[in-house]
Design a protein around this ligand. Sequence first.
Ligand code: FMN
Length: 209
Amino acid sequence: MFYEPAKKNHGLRHSPLKAIVAPRPIGWISSMSSTGTVNLAPYSFFNMICETPPLLMFSSNGRKDTVTNIEATGEFVCNLATLDLIEEVNLSSVPAGPDQSEFELLGIESAPSSLVKPPRVAASPCALECVYVETIRPRDKSGQECSFHMVIGEVVGVYIADAALVDGRVDDAKLHALARCGYLDYAPVDRLVERPRPPSLDQLPKRGG
Ligand SMILES: Cc1cc2nc3c(=O)[nH]c(=O)nc-3n(C[C@H](O)[C@H](O)[C@H](O)COP(=O)(O)O)c2cc1C
């Protein structure tokens, strides 16, 4: 089959697009409102966009509480979602009011961050402490602003639980890092396959005849 997203002519019950751009990492984002309410929500339009400096982004469909908080207070934390926290990750997407804390509503334990005010999720093995950089309003091909707010932050501090480090490496398979696929599906990382980077062109192994 072939379809054009603008024409919504896939003829399927649900758009398959997010199942194709999958698995997507989940930014499980804690932030704090200007009045001190601590917020927690998952965002799978999330990724690192630059390594040095370490910049990451998430994209919110509308100006959700996480965006409002980060723009107001300038800080946030991206907690690593893992399979054993799947219920908490999923439930923290509940549409709670701006003065309600998902940490309190769901009984999720928090732990203080080192450099920023919003706390991290205590049970998450890794957390990236971030300082807000900018919000970009993505546009479509005709220049029309879309409903999304893409927030960019710089990672200023990295928490890794001692137990998450094995032989000096963060092993996503041991942690069962959790990714988002299409529909209501999630995918835990349970197997890693290592490959060395390709050598120079003239050292490439011969393939075929
Ligand atoms: C795994 C998962 C990933 C999600 N990713 C996004 C996303 O990338 N962008 C978005 O706008 N909403 C996303 N949502 C929905 C938000 O988490 C939900 O609207 C939440 O209530 C927003 O919380 P906030 O208003 O406290 O920021 C996702 C939900 C789940 C369960």
